[in-house]
Design a protein around this ligand. Structure first.
Ligand code: C2E
Ligand code: MG
Ligand code: MG
Ligand code: MG
Length: 282
């Protein structure tokens, strides 16, 4: 390893933490080129209505096929992209690609539901974020109400006045808004009520404990009831077992996504999945 690092970089050598620092630096410079080299791609995970079993949407999940390191998950490179300011080009690429793909599937009659896109904190805070969204909708021709933006609690619970304004502008464009990983952050209920939201996504750490773990159950139930009383749709993330579905159904949860239904799928796999689902409905 020391040899690879070269003479002037021995300071990165020994401790774990510094190795991670080096890792970050090289990943950072590689990420600069990743978009132009076409190394990013999207996987799509279906979202289902828990009562009818119909596909109600897809979530776009980004991946990085690194030329030498192989597949890198968003959990590894999105935080780096946020730190080094690359989240804007990465985020814009994701938004545009997901919308383009969705227009194709919608026009092929494969889906009527939404395409959900994850928006990171830094991306959301960009002054021109709403303009970017509006541009992408115009360029791709996607019906605004077929685009759902996912933000986390921490994103919307800071700088409330600006956030509220932004969410209202986005709502004005016609896009729908979801809170991702709900229950893991801190939400003020009075703000939740004011925000023009459509959906809460119960974090998978709670779904995971269902049905046996009483705390997870209580939290899931509370989120579903509160969501419904605010007029919001509630979707459970990370559904892996039938028992979880039964539990969530009995709690009145509207929708779900997870490995039980489908893992994140490649474009080809997702097209096939949607085609089969359309066939089932006929
Ligand atoms: P998330 O938005 O909460 O996405 C759900 C994550 O859970 C995904 O991981 C998905 O593959 C995984 N998952 C889905 N079903 C199951 C299940 O049944 N069991 C388990 N154990 N996991 C399941 P992934 O794709 O690695 O993404 C991780 C996180 O990275 C996402 O969490 C999201 O916060 C972020 N992310 C992904 N794509 C993007 C993107 O395009 N932009 C931004 N800003 N963040 C992204
Ligand atoms: Mg998400
Ligand atoms: Mg989530
Ligand atoms: Mg998550």
């Amino acid at each position: 390893v020391a040899k690879d690092l070269g003479r002037n970089r021995y300071q990165f050598y020994a401790p774990e933490m510094n190795m991670r620092g080096l890792d970050r630096l090289t990943l950072e410079s590689d990420l600069h080129r990743a978009i132009e080299r076409n190394e990013l791609f999207l996987m799509y995970q279906p979202q289902l209505d828990l009562n009818t079993g119909n596909v109600v949407g897809l979530e776009a999940l980004v991946r990085w096929q690194h030329p030498s390191r192989g597949l890198i998950s968003p959990g590894q490179f999105i935080p780096i992209a946020e730190i080094c300011g690359l989240i804007t080009p990465v985020g814009n690429w994701v938004l545009e690609s997901a919308c383009h793909q969705h227009v194709r599937w919608v026009s092929q009659g494969l889906i009527k539901g939404t395409m959900a896109v994850n928006i990171s904190a830094h991306q959301f805070r960009q002054a021109d974020f709403c303009d970017r969204v509006s541009d992408v909708l115009l360029r791709t021709g996607l019906e605004p109400d077929l685009l759902e933006l996912e933000v986390t609690e921490s994103v919307v619970m800071h700088g409330i006045d600006q956030v509220l304004h932004k969410l209202n502008v986005l709502r004005g464009l016609g896009v729908t808004l979801a809170i991702d990983d709900f229950g893991t952050g801190y939400s003020s209920l009075s703000y939740l009520k004011q925000f023009p939201l459509h959906r809460l996504k119960i974090d998978q750490s709670f779904t995971c404990g269902l049905p046996a773990d009483l705390e997870s159950s209580a939290i899931a139930e509370a989120i579903i009831q509160m969501g419904h009383s605010l007029g919001l749709d509630v979707l459970a993330e990370g559904i892996e077992t039938r028992a979880q579905v039964t539990n969530l159904q009995s709690l009145g949860c509207d929708a779900g996504q997870g490995f039980l239904y489908a893992r994140p799928l490649s474009v080809e796999e997702c097209g096939d999945y949607l085609l089969a689902a359309v066939g089932d409905r006929r």
